[in-house]
Design a protein around this ligand. Structure first.
Ligand code: PEP
Ligand code: MG
Length: 309
């Protein structure tokens, strides 16, 4: 896209021929939420609630959580906001939730797995989220991190609906979940792909380790093939499948993700306008052709080259 095209994004995510791809913000604080709204985000695709409690020694009360979440949702009345339940563990330990030392924390009791042992903590958070939805007027959905199976997804959706929240989704961050995307979408209202963790677990490469960063490249054809399964599942079920990992902030990859069938892209505020403008430079058929070309390659450099419009 040219600089002139980038300056012209009209704030509604869509391809050149009008196929909608919603452009959302990733947030973890009221300041992030304000920045996303100011950048033109159509809503929030990922609210990382654990960011509110990285320094907390005890579980916050329902009232405190409700106030904290309301402050983040405030810039988005009437807009969709996806609130992620606490993703504690591995790179983001929470003192009141994370288990004692494990040999492999990234493969341990983290994310939704914590809630299987302590469902009352999840239920209290869902009560606070429902309250914050009412207080802010945002159109709130809730999603779970680190879901591996259809059974886990269905369990979480049941808990969310019991809390009076109508829309429940899960993140796809584990290869087994990507391989079961169709069945998972049958059990929930939407999915969102966490490409940071999906890459980490697909390539068995620690996302925090520079020495293996080459493997954690979202243009790796092996990862693109998993993303295609998720896009195919979205098309087959007619349900939304977004991307909220760092991959969504790459303007050229945004075209490939659109071509694969993903339906929304969520990113940090500085990337929002660039990605929104990039989407408008290609038709859906052109995005599909770029995706097919990238999928047919054998390494990230070739995938990037193939996806040049
Ligand atoms: C991801 O894993 O891609 C993701 C969006 O979640 P987080 O970065 O918070 O683990
Ligand atoms: Mg993750």
């Amino acid at each position: 896209a040219t600089v002139a095209q980038l300056a012209e994004w009209n704030g509604t995510g869509a391809t050149a021929d009008g196929h909608r791809v919603k452009v959302y913000g990733n947030v973890g604080s009221p300041a992030d939420a304000r920045a996303a709204a100011d950048a033109g985000a159509e809503g929030v695709g990922l609210f990382r609630t654990e960011f509110c409690y990285l320094d907390a020694s005890d579980e916050p009360s329902v009232a405190d959580q409700r106030a904290a979440y309301t402050a983040v949702l405030a810039p988005f009345p009437g807009k969709p906001v996806i609130v992620r339940t606490l993703d504690a563990g591995a790179d983001k330990p929470l003192a009141f939730l994370s288990p004692d030392a494990e040999p492999n924390p990234a493969l341990g009791v983290r994310g939704l797995r914590v809630a299987f042992d302590r469902p009352e903590v999840l239920d209290r958070q869902l009560e606070a989220i429902a309250g914050a939805a009412a207080d802010s007027g945002a159109e709130v959905s809730v999603m779970a991190p680190m879901v591996a199976t259809v059974e886990e997804a269905a369990w979480f959706a049941g808990r969310v609906r019991a809390a009076g929240i109508s829309r429940a989704g899960v993140m796809i961050e584990i290869p087994a979940a990507a391989l079961s995307a169709r069945e998972i979408l049958d059990a929930v209202d939407f999915v969102s792909v966490g490409t940071n963790d999906l890459a980490q677990y697909t390539f068995a490469a620690d996302r925090q380790l520079g020495a293996v960063a080459k493997l954690n490249d979202p243009w790796q054809p092996g990862l693109l093939r998993l993303l295609k399964l998720i896009g195919d599942a979205a098309k087959a079920t007619g349900k939304p499948a977004g991307v909220c990992g760092e991959a969504a902030a790459d303007p050229r990859l945004a075209l490939v993700l659109t071509g694969l069938g993903l339906t929304s892209l969520s990113m940090n505020a500085p990337a929002i306008r660039t990605v929104g403008a990039s989407l408008a430079t290609a038709s859906l058929a052109e995005c599909e052709a770029l995706a097919e070309a990238a999928l047919a390659t054998s390494d990230p450099a070739a995938a990037r080259a193939a996806a040049r419009p």
